[in-house]
Design a binder for this molecule. Sequence first.
Ligand code: GDP
Ligand code: MN
Length: 387
Amino acid sequence: MDLFEYQGKQYFARFDIPVSPGGVAETVDEAVAQAEAAGYPVVVKAQVQVGGRGKAGGIKLANDAVEVRTHAGDILGMDIKGHVVKRVWVEQASDIDEEYYASLTLDRAAKQHLLMLSAEGGIDIEEVAARDPDAIVKHHVDPVDGLSVEVARQAAVDARIPERAVDGVADILAKLYRCYTEGDCDLAEINPLILKSDGQVHALDAKVSLDGNASFRHPEWDEYRATEELDEREQLAREKGLQYIGLSGSVGIIANGAGLAMSTLDVVNQVGGQAANFLDIGGGANADVMAAALDVINSDEDVRSIFINIFGGITRGDEVANGIVEAAGRVRLRAPMVIRLDGTNADEARRILAESGIPASQLITKPTMLDAAREAVRIANGSEGGA
Ligand code: GDP
Ligand code: MN
């Protein structure tokens, strides 16, 4: 679950990571009240979960109440890269000497945490990585050892953070590590981490992504769920109790079981395609669930073929087939379905599909996962830019 900047900063503050005094506002009047409380000059910042807000006009300096009114009025309701601004964060403006970058995330391949630090912050870290990869220090942290201030200090020195900022940076990194581990984050990023003219180091931005699997031990996360902005499809999938993750390809995927769904993504990739999503309809899925899954996939305009990969164990093939027929009768599917269906009641399932009356161009059955993947990818790639 991704947090907004203001929530990320509040989360940071719980771990003593220094942030500017400020408050969130949903109206112009509230913004003025927050500015008065924080003290002028202030910065009015659009709260949207997308980078580059400054360039888009979503970050403005205000010296008095009149300017806060103008800027908050402009920014509230603004559309930034498809995200409508519902709230602004108003904080005391900082005097910036330098901007750095710091983040902690998990390096799954290395089975360790990864600290990234750069003396070149404030801009997209991808940009820094492309231009000057050596400017980013990557330091693996063994979860058993944790991150000590000494190690953090060395990372700061390696990143060529100037001497006068090293202690401040190291102190924040150690706190960021606690926030990331004890706070159950998937990602904790500060960009920019600033050195102020008074020598203090301080988080000017916050990007925090919480690990949803840990929500059972964080009842306080409920307030974040309330402001969570899911896209239309993610919302629909959640309401239907489906495990759905949107991706950027053109082959819609429906599989039963997370393992099979992941393998399906891999096979699609292996034969030259790109999955439009991950969707696990779970064990024991019935006709209703299959119909719901097709509804979700069907609302994705990028989908050019729908690969349904079912291995029936507890899930009964005939139930799944009935769901496919029912959904196909109810909604106009935007793309042909390629089906691989095996296991429990597979023969009955094939009979139901064959007798469904769905045209053969819209419903293709294949005997194996690989055959089905090839066909789904052929259709998806072939009709690109077409109808
Ligand atoms: P993002 O571009 O959407 O990630 O927004 P950030 O919160 O990172 O802010 C972008 C840039 O705005 C920063 O790198 C700073 O250069 C500038 N900025 C933000 N807040 C302040 C501030 O309080 N004082 C000054 N001088 N600049 C600020
Ligand atoms: Mn930023």
